[in-house]
Ligand binder design. Sequence first.
Ligand SMILES: *Cc1c(COP(=O)(O)O)cnc(C)c1O
Length: 225
Amino acid sequence: MMNVDVASNLHEVLGRLPEGVRLVAISKFHPNEYIEAAYKEGQRLFGESHEQELQQKVSSLPKDIEWHFIGHLQTNKVKFIAPYISMIEAVDSMKLLKEINKQALKNDRVIKVLLELHIAEEETKYGLTLDACRQLLEDGEWRQLENVRICGLMMMASNIDDEKQIAKEFDMAADFFDEVKEKYFKADDSFSERSWGMSHDYQIAVQHRSTLVRVGTSIFGPRVY
Ligand SMILES: *Cc1c(COP(=O)(O)O)cnc(C)c1O
């Protein structure tokens, strides 16, 4: 039995998104039943962060669901999701980008990706610092990777209550988006996504130029690990 009203939670979140902002419903650790409840309400875009869990869901849920991989992806796992993944949101190394290109080529498709920035004050191993991201783009090797399409940037703000600080981090990401858009993607319309905002801060994110919010808990309730 579901003890969460997924449908009403979903509509509440959707009702708070301005036009032009899309919702990635983050369903990790939640059973198919929860995803089906959101699907029934028209939601088609979902995000997962573990390859095996995603694989199971893909094989048992409707085929018109669009899946984003939002977690840290090990290079040896890329081949498993390459046949179907719609977007890989958290690319933070050239090594991973090359592997995605290789596996996309094998599957005769182009995989959309976002570059993950590390802006939050917290220590984490993941994400590119702004300088590392500048360097990666300046090196130019990514231009040869014809089976990946860099569609924008993704980041997580610090997990804190200070809304001013959170807003400041989103603004840093948005300014950085403008910088690299101008320098490397000016003529590329597909470089357009700014993925920021989770349950606790998506309402701030949409005021700071987010185009994709990744919301889990506010829709599906707390995760049981
Ligand atoms: C789990 C997760 C989310 C969703 O978090 P909620 O707080 O449940 O909304 C968003 N982004 C990433 C990268 C995540 O891992």
